[in-house]
Design a protein around this ligand. Structure first.
Ligand SMILES: [Zn+2]
Ligand SMILES: [Zn+2]
Length: 391
């Protein structure tokens, strides 16, 4: 049985197949009350069958982490809110394999790896279809409800700790010449890749609009460009981020504060875009998406709108436009994203803005939440000891 929550039986034995340096306990950040992170000592978890122990080297902060810290959702721990359960968030991490669970021969101690979030249960209808990020047994990994589902940082312990257990299906090898910080971005790039996969996959010569230059949007520009999309158009209100989008491959930038985004997309594409990826997910951008997509085109909603959204549903039907929602980075999209990153098709590191030591996680979270100093992707490094948010 995977030893993932602090309430699980605690083993102080050294895990099977471990390197000599694995300690019995570790430092880990845990979620207390809403918004409160505390550092505690926890037992180092033991990997089970098809699992490895990863020594975390770096972990990126995601907007979803900030959601979880404040509101709990979409984390689900022991069937409820994740507060005061010694739950460790953090899902965009990379590290070094420190120990192998029984039967694991796909990885070796010392391998550098980065991870994707979801290891579905492997037994529900969606997992059997390969849609493990939409597992029907999400959060069912405790007590009598243990279906073996894991989503590290959401339903099982994540990466704001020295060690974490991962299913082998959630691990991707990191090339030697890729920095820790860049390697943490494979989940983000994988989410963008998954969006394009669900929209139809190969996009050479088709027009792609990305709305919202956050980390997923910026890397969606990069992935779309790498897949041959033409033109790639980025819509965003923050000029500093739009400029990064240009470096990542956007052929055109539209600032909707300065011009009508729908009219400009139609002008650039003739009849509207083939694919639109909405990474903002508010009423304005959803309606822009509907009206800038050409007949028979496709829209991917890659953001979780907080509130109900009023939008022009009729225009979807009349124009035979398809609308897709995506959850996470499914269908092994992280592997495809890593192929591009390893091949230097784009520099994902352009979206990384700050690095803090692990001890300064609260400061790092503040930088990410308040976008201090134009923060985009803030990374916590386990090996960085000096203070300051330098890159
Ligand atoms: Zn994330
Ligand atoms: Zn499942």
């Amino acid at each position: 049985m995977p030893d993932d929550l602090s309430t699980a039986p605690q083993s102080h034995k050294r895990p099977h197949g471990s390197g000599p340096e694995v300690p019995a306990s570790m430092r880990a950040w845990v979620l207390g009350n809403p918004g409160e992170m505390k550092m505690i000592d926890k037992p180092v978890p033991t990997p089970g069958r098809a699992e490895v122990l990863v020594r975390v080297d770096a972990v990126a902060i995601c907007a979803t982490d900030l959601e979880i810290l404040e509101y709990g959702t979409p984390a689900l721990v022991e069937g409820g809110a994740p507060f005061n359960k010694d739950f460790t968030p953090g899902h965009e991490y990379m590290g070094t394999v420190a120990a192998l669970g029984p039967g694991v021969d796909q990885f070796a101690v010392g391998d550098r790896v980065t991870v994707e979030v979801h290891a579905g249960c492997g037994q529900c209808k969606r997992c059997r279809m390969g849609m493990y990020t939409s597992c029907h047994n999400y959060g069912q990994n405790y007590g009598d409800h243990d279906k073996g589902h894991r989503a590290n940082g959401f339903t099982t312990n994540g990466g704001f700790a020295e060690y974490v257990v991962n299913n082998v299906n959630t691990m991707i090898r990191v090339p030697d010449d890729m920095s820790d910080e860049e390697a943490t971005l494979v989940v983000t790039a994988g989410t963008s890749m998954y969006g394009l996969t669900e929209l139809g996959g190969l996009v050479a010569g088709e027009s792609v609009v990305v709305i919202g230059p956050g980390p997923i949007g910026l890397l969606a520009v990069a992935v779309a460009k790498s897949l041959g999309a033409s033109p790639v158009i980025l819509v965003g209100t923050r000029d500093s981020r739009n400029e990064i989008g240009r470096k990542l491959g956007a052929d055109y930038i539209i600032n909707p504060r300065e011009e009508d985004a729908v009219a400009r997309v139609k002008e650039l594409t003739g009849k509207g875009a083939d694919y639109v990826i909405d990474c903002a997910g508010n009423e304005t951008t959803v309606n822009q998406s509907v009206h800038m997509t050409n007949r028979g085109g496709r829209i991917c909603l890659a953001a979780f709108p907080k509130n109900k959204v009023n939008f022009d549903l009729g225009a979807l039907a009349v124009n035979n436009i398809y609308l897709y929602g995506i959850r996470g980075e499914g269908r092994s999209a992280t592997h495809r994203a890593m192929a591009f990153m390893a091949d230097r098709r784009f520099d994902a590191g352009l979206v990384h803005s700050h690095t803090f030591p692990m001890d300064e996680l609260p400061t790092a979270l503040k930088y990410a939440a308040e976008r201090i100093d134009d923060a985009i992707k803030v990374v916590v490094s386990m090996h960085k000891s000096t203070s300051g948010g330098d890159k």
